[in-house]
Design a protein around this ligand. Structure first.
Ligand code: DQA
Length: 147
């Protein structure tokens, strides 16, 4: 199984950025943990602070060998219709991830324009959310390949 893991703006600062909210693990720690936890999954990791670069990477999934996408769109979650449209163009499952529970924070974070075009949303599980998303995609991939 081949998965693309996309992290959006300010997630390159994990470990340093508001650790009481986002934890002390760096993005590199989270990525290494995924590779260690799922040795049979081929991961590609991408992080960008730029909306257009994230859209280009999402579009690269079309016609590729990826079986699914994990995305933490950062603050773009709350207002990027362009990222939403890019995700809507994909036919593989996409799981939206947030380290924090966006529903118990500021009002503007409670709404995701991304969620309606995703398979699932994981919010508030910290870095475990990334592992939960891979477990979910691996399960549905296995099921669809054994039917
Ligand atoms: C976040 C939540 C967003 O509201 C915020 O802008 C982020 C991180 C999270 O992982 O909890 O950058 O997506």
């Amino acid at each position: 199984m081949r998965l693309l893991v996309i992290n959006g703006p300010n997630l390159n600062l994990l470990g340093v950025r508001e650790p009481h909210i986002y934890g002390t693990q760096t993005l590199a720690d989270i990525e290494m943990d995924l590779r260690d936890s799922f040795p049979d999954v081929a991961f590609d990791f991408f992080q960008s602070n730029h909306e257009g670069a994230i859209i280009d990477r999402i579009q690269s999934v079309i016609g590729s060998a990826y079986d699914g996408v994990l995305i933490n769109p950062g603050a773009f979650t709350h207002y990027s219709y362009a990222i939403r449209d890019a995700i809507a163009a994909l036919s593989v499952p996409v799981i939206e991830i947030h380290l924090s529970n966006i529903h118990m924070r500021e009002e503007f974070r409670r709404h995701s324009v991304i969620a309606p075009v995703c398979t699932a949303q994981l919010s508030g599980f910290g870095s475990t959310g990334y592992r939960l998303a891979v477990t979910t995609l691996a399960h549905s991939h296995h099921t669809s390949h054994t039917q």
